[in-house]
Design a binder for this molecule. Structure first.
Ligand code: GDP
Ligand code: MN
Length: 354
C-alpha cells in the first residue's frame, strides 16, 4: 500500500469554487507537459482546454519539460494561457539521451528493422528517448521533486467536459495511485520481449521475460490483490497480460509510487536490459505493468467523468448522468470504451473480482 501525505497550501480564489468555499486547499500537485518548441500552438490549445474545463477554478501549477531550452515565445504564450504558476525545465542530458553502454550498432539495426516493418515510430531514436524519459526520469526532474501528484498532458489533446471535481483530491482522499481514461491492447510489435518470456502464457516476448525475471528476483515488491493477480486468472493466449495497457498520454498519478523502491528497481532492471533502445518499449506498458504489480487493484482508478481525446481515440463519459453534468462535447456512442481493442471491460470485470 502506498502511504499518503497530507494536502498543502491554502489558496483563496476569487472564482466560484465547486467545493463551495472561498478557501480551497489544493493538493500537492502539478500538470506536467513534455513537448518541443515547435509544438507551441498544439500545447496552447491543450492548456486552454484544461483551463476552461477545470483549472480556472483551481490554479494548479504547470511544469513544462524539454531536452532543449524553451524559447522566449513559447514561455511568453504559455505563461499567458495559464491561470497559475508556470515553470519551464531543461531535462538533464543523462535523463534523455541514449546511454553510452547501449550498443549503438545493435540499436540502429533494430531501428532499421522496425522501420522497414512499418512499426509506428520504429525508426525513431528521439521517440525512444522520450519513452525512456517518461518511464524513469520525469518524476525526478528538479522542478517535479517538490510535487506528489501530477497530471500528464500532451499537446493536441482535448478535454470534452467540464470537470466538476478535483481529480487530485479524489486520488488523495481515496488512496489511489494511478488513474487513466483510455486503456487498450498494446501493439505487440514494439515490445517483442517486454512480454514474451511468460512461458506460453503471454503472447508478446522480451518485455514479458524481463518482467517475469524481475518478479523472480524481487517477489517482495509484488503487492497483494493486484491487477497482476487478476491477469493470472485469464485464459492464456492473445488478450492476456500485455493486453492491458493504460494509455499514458493521460495519467494522473502519485509520484511517490514511481520514486519508491519497487518501481525504481523495476525501471533500473528494465533499463539495464536495453529494451528501450534494442526494441521500442513504451512508457505506457512499463507504467501499466508496474501499477499492476506494485499497487493494489483498488488503487488504480478509471475516471469516467473526464472526457478525453488523443487522436485517434476518445473516451466520452457514459456512466449515470456524467455526460450531462459535464456538458460534454463528445458523442457518448463514439467511444473507445466500446472498441474491440479497449480493455476497459476487462479492467472493470477484474475490479469486481473477490
Ligand atoms: P504518441 O502520443 O505516442 O504518438 O507520441 P507523441 O509524439 O505525442 O509524444 C509523446 C509526448 O512526448 C508528447 O507530449 C510530445 O510532445 C513529447 N515528445 C515526443 N518527442 C519529443 C522530443 O523529441 N522532445 C520533446 N521535448 N518532447 C517530445
Ligand atoms: Mn501523443
Amino acid at each position: 500500500r502506498f502511504a499518503t501525505s497530507t494536502a498543502v497550501e491554502k489558496i483563496v480564489t476569487p472564482h466560484q469554487d465547486p467545493e463551495n468555499s472561498p478557501v480551497y486547499t489544493r493538493v500537492n500537485a502539478t500538470f506536467v507537459i513534455l513537448c518541443r518548441n515547435d509544438q507551441l500552438w498544439d500545447t496552447i490549445r491543450s492548456v486552454r482546454e484544461i483551463e476552461d474545463k477545470f483549472n480556472h477554478k483551481y490554479h494548479y501549477p504547470y511544469v513544462f519539460l524539454n531536452e532543449v531550452p524553451f524559447d522566449e515565445e513559447f514561455k511568453y504564450r504559455l505563461k499567458t494561457m495559464a491561470s497559475s504558476t508556470t515553470e519551464f525545465g531543461l531535462i538533464p542530458r543523462e535523463h534523455w539521451f541514449q546511454p553510452d553502454w547501449i550498443d549503438e550498432d545493435k540499436a540502429s539495426k533494430s531501428r532499421d528493422k522496425m522501420q522497414s516493418e512499418n512499426i509506428i515510430y520504429g525508426g525513431s531514436l528521439s521517440y525512444r528517448n522520450m519513452c525512456r524519459f517518461n518511464s524513469g526520469f520525469f518524476f525526478r526532474h528538479p522542478l517535479m521533486e517538490k510535487y506528489k501528484w501530477y497530471w500528464r498532458i500532451e499537446p493536441d489533446v482535448h478535454f470534452h467536459c467540464n470537470i466538476l471535481i478535483d481529480p487530485f483530491r479524489y486520488m488523495e482522499e481515496h488512496n489511489k495511485v494511478y488513474a487513466f481514461t483510455i486503456s487498450m491492447v498494446e501493439y505487440e510489435a514494439t515490445i517483442p520481449t517486454l512480454w514474451g518470456h511468460v512461458k506460453g502464457r503471454i503472447p508478446c516476448r522480451l518485455f514479458a521475460f524481463c518482467v517475469l525475471d524481475f518478479i523472480k528476483l524481487h517477489p517482495e515488491f509484488v503487492e497483494k490483490k493486484t491487477l497482476w493477480a487478476s491477469y493470472q486468472t485469464m485464459a492464456p493466449g492473445i488478450g492476456t497480460i500485455c493486453a492491458i495497457v493504460l494509455w499514458s498520454n493521460f495519467e494522473i498519478a502519485n509520484m511517490e509510487f514511481w520514486r519508491g523502491e519497487a518501481y525504481m528497481k523495476f525501471f533500473e532492471y528494465l533499463d539495464s536490459q536495453g529494451g528501450f533502445y534494442y526494441e521500442r518499449w513504451g512508457d505506457a506498458p512499463v507504467h501499466s505493468i508496474a501499477a499492476a504489480l506494485f499497487a493494489s487493484r483498488d488503487q488504480i482508478h478509471f475516471f469516467d467523468e473526464i472526457g478525453y481525446e488523443h487522436a485517434p481515440y476518445t473516451h466520452c463519459p457514459k456512466e449515470g448522468d456524467n455526460w450531462a453534468r459535464g456538458k460534454c462535447t463528445c458523442k457518448p456512442d463514439n467511444n473507445f470504451d466500446f472498441d474491440g481493442i479497449s480493455c476497459l471491460n476487462k479492467f472493470q470485470n477484474f475490479m469486481k473480482q473477490a
